[in-house]
Design a protein around this ligand. Structure first.
Ligand SMILES: Nc1ncnc2c1ncn2[C@@H]1O[C@H](COP(=O)(O)OP(=O)(O)O)[C@@H](O)[C@H]1O
Ligand SMILES: O=C(O)C1=C[C@@H](OP(=O)(O)O)[C@@H](O)[C@H](O)C1
Ligand SMILES: [Mg+2]
Length: 210
């Protein structure tokens, strides 16, 4: 795994003074590139959330990015924009393999070395090429929740083609059996319980030493 030089510790501030000095727009802070928080653990790579459907990658990821003042991007939303249609339509019209190909290409584009939070779709990290890229160039965080919690959460939206017309708990249990050993390759695992999103955000920040 590629190692990144840690930013200098700066007591009292989350942000690197060195990064601030590199601004190309001294008169317009809104033009500055995002600055990675300073931590002895987190060293500025893109943070990539992985885990099963319903784990909270999209909703927790957005809140985590806001908290860290980093850009947030949801890979599923990017795939939908690139395709000009919903994930459900991509699956129906072109099949899962086509979706997986788009997913692989979109995530490769999103991991560009700049600090940001990326929420992936649950299957992204299962692709060998995507997994290798994430493990090498990003910091993968596995949001891990029980099947019962996941099944309860995914009931809220009918946007997941793998669950449509099926028993969500049974599908998620089978996906957990196959995928959890692969998600476990992530260097960081954060449990996602019945608790507010902010609780998981704080757990992630703690795991990152922030
Ligand atoms: N503590 C929590 N952590 C994550 N998601 C939660 C939590 N509590 C409720 N949810 C809800 O679970 C649903 C699934 O979350 P989402 O972020 O879309 O998961 P994913 O992107 O991993 O499939 C959303 O409706 C979200 O608001
Ligand atoms: O687990 C999966 O294979 C999928 C998860 C979904 O994203 P979420 O994990 O955000 O629900 C979405 O990418 C697609 O429906 C397939
Ligand atoms: Mg999501």
């Amino acid at each position: 795994m590629r190692r990144h030089a840690p930013f200098a510790a700066d007591a009292g501030s989350l942000y690197s003074p060195a990064a601030m000095l590199q601004s190309h727009h001294p008169d317009d802070p809104s033009q500055d590139p995002p600055k990675a928080p300073v931590s002895p653990v987190y060293t500025g790579q893109p943070i990539v959330l992985i885990g099963l459907m319903g784990a909270g990658k999209s909703t927790v990821g957005r809140r985590l990015a806001a908290r860290l003042q980093l850009p947030f991007v949801d890979a599923d939303t990017e795939i939908e924009s690139a395709a000009g249609m919903s994930i459900t339509d991509i699956f129906e019209r072109f099949g899962e393999a086509h979706f997986r190909d788009g997913e692989r290409r979109v995530i490769a584009r999103l991991i560009d070395g700049t600090p940001k939070v990326i929420a992936t779709g649950g299957g992204a990290f299962i692709n060998e090429e995507t997994r290798a890229l994430i493990l090498d160039q990003a910091l993968a965080i596995w949001l891990d929740a029980d099947t019962a919690i996941l099944a309860d959460r995914v009931k809220r939206r009918d946007t997941r083609p793998l669950l449509r017309g099926k028993n969500p708990k049974a599908v998620l249990a089978e996906l957990a059996r196959v995928r959890n050993p692969i998600y476990a390759l992530a260097p960081v695992r954060v449990p996602s319980h019945h608790a507010p999103h902010e609780h998981t955000v704080l757990q992630i920040m703690k795991a990152l030493g922030l």
